[in-house]
Write a protein that binds this ligand. Structure first.
Ligand code: SF4
Ligand code: SF4
Length: 73
């Protein structure tokens, strides 16, 4: 499935689990000790994970340039 936003998990992740608890789409999981994105995740860009991550490990960006969405309106 197509995700309109791309999520990046940086190396500063400490595995606290805050992102997984707050993601409205359940996009994050823990296979080991650190956060991982589920296969075929669909991010809606709500930024809850970014807001609550204590180590600023997460970044969320549009999958396409914003101008692409503006042209489509
Ligand atoms: S931005 Fe929102 S939907 Fe996307 S991964 Fe973070 S909490 Fe989940
Ligand atoms: S909230 Fe941040 S530090 Fe905590 S598990 Fe998620 S990415 Fe890692």
């Amino acid at each position: 499935m197509y995700s309109p936003y791309i999520v990046h998990i940086g190396s500063s992740c400490c595995g606290c689990g805050a992102c997984a608890q707050r993601c409205v789409r359940g996009n994050l999981e823990f296979a080991g000790e650190l956060a991982e994105l589920k296969k075929d995740y669909v991010c809606v860009g709500c930024m809850a994970c970014v807001k609550w991550c204590p180590t600023h490990a997460l970044a969320v960006e549009p999958a396409k340039p914003v101008s692409t969405y503006l042209r489509a309106r």
